[in-house]
Design a binder for this molecule. Structure first.
Ligand SMILES: Cc1ncc(COP(=O)(O)O)c(C=O)c1O
Length: 370
């Protein structure tokens, strides 16, 4: 075992680059006396709208809340069905259950692990109200095709961009295709806060409705126009931190892509499947996920070599009772089950050093006797 471990992600190192700026933000916010709904949030919402390319953005308390409010604003409610991949982070599905609506699980593409458009087409029925397109690992789903398909059927597309901040398709940022784009600023994400936070992007009217839903249903202070039993806001401190990090987002995504390029070069020729990038896609590499028939042994070997890895995700949603109760599945989930046996996430984060990439690559090569 080597003395130092290569972490899977390092929010600490990513944030450390900005420590002086973040302390300055903290002083500014403390001095302002405005801790909720002030100039920092205003600047962040405008900056995000510019970066995502939507009319408006509103901050909320987390990525999960972003999904819940976006689906509510799209009119999804009890009895409605929402088509979602089973191969996703649990919160994508938990948000549907929270409405409460019915998740309809469909399969994903083997190469990108994103939702399979043909499976979605087969799953759309009378009760379908929305499609939750997850841009998993940072690769854009076939969102242009999904939006076309949904428009023909009178269905809304909600984008789960939690893992794909900075990703694009045909040069257009994810989050700008569907009715709403939902983002998470969980610390390990491409744009990470120092705590929980999220955002919803969309049209001015749509985002204004989300703003009401996230604050007691208020149209203006103390006047509840619509039922809204929730309060989920993005505070001034987190907004200030995120303003600092938003300036470096494009560069951070470029750094992730450079790490991915280096991995692809050093791991070429091994009996593993490397991540792909479809034509026209700009992968944001939130995660670098390889596939191997010998995944568990490889994982163990890497752990012994001081390389942290993870499995995103070890349990598909349709196999988790807390997510699958009340759901239904359309077609088979064979690809989902196959992926779950083979996937392994290698370390990747903006401040990962070239030496660390080399160490990971050498350890992987070593496992295959290379
Ligand atoms: C794909 C996906 N959707 C939703 C979420 C939920 O975001 P949060 O943890 O900010 O609630 C996450 C993050 O964990 C995610 O990876």
């Amino acid at each position: 075992m080597q003395a130092t471990v290569v972490p899977l992600a390092s929010p600490r190192r990513d944030v450390a680059r900005y420590e002086a700026d973040l302390i300055e933000v903290t002083r500014r916010v403390i001095a302002s006396g405005s801790y909720i709904g002030g100039p920092e949030l205003d600047a962040l919402e405008k900056g995000l709208a510019r970066s995502i390319g939507t009319e408006a953005v509103t901050g909320v308390g987390s990525g999960t809340d972003a999904l819940i409010f976006a689906m509510q604003a799209a009119g999804v409610s009890r009895g409605d069905e929402v088509i979602v991949p089973s191969h996703t982070a649990g919160p994508s599905v938990a948000a549907i259950n929270a409405l409460p609506a019915t998740p309809v699980f469909v399969d994903v593409e083997f190469d990108t692990a994103c939702i399979d458009v043909n499976c979605v087409a087969a799953a759309i029925g009378r009760r379908t109200k929305a499609i939750l397109a997850v841009h998993l690992y940072g690769h854009p789903a076939r969102i242009d095709e999904l939006v076309r398909l949904a428009a023909d059927r009178g269905v809304s597309v909600i984008e789960d961009c939690a893992q794909a901040q900075g990703a694009r398709l045909m040069d257009r940022p994810v989050g700008s295709f569907g009715r709403f784009g939902c983002f998470s600023f969980y610390p390990t994400k491409n744009l990470g806060a120092i705590g929980d936070a999220g955002a919803v992007a969309g049209s001015a009217a749509g985002v204004s409705l989300v703003r009401q839903l996230r604050t007691y249903g208020w149209r203006e202070p103390q006047f509840a126009e619509i039922p809204g039993g929730r309060c989920s806001r993005l505070d001034e401190l987190q907004a200030g931190f995120l303003n600092v990090r938003l300036k470096g987002l494009d560069e951070d995504v470029r750094a992730r892509r450079e790490i991915a390029r280096a991995y692809n070069e050093r791991l070429a020729g091994l009996p593993i499947a490397l991540p792909v990038e479809h034509k026209g896609a700009y992968h944001a590499y939130h995660l670098f996920v390889i596939k191997s028939d010998r995944r568990d042994a490889l994982k163990e070997h890497l752990a012994k070599s001081g390389v942290m890895t993870s499995i995103h995700y070890p349990f598909p949603a349709h196999r988790q009772p807390g997510l699958a109760a009340g759901s239904r599945t359309e077609g088979t989930l064979d690809v989902t089950d196959r992926l779950q046996q083979q996937i392994l996430s290698l370390p990747i984060f903006a401040t990962m050093s070239r030496g660390e990439v080399d160490r990971v690559a050498e350890a992987v090569r070593g496992f295959f006797g290379d």
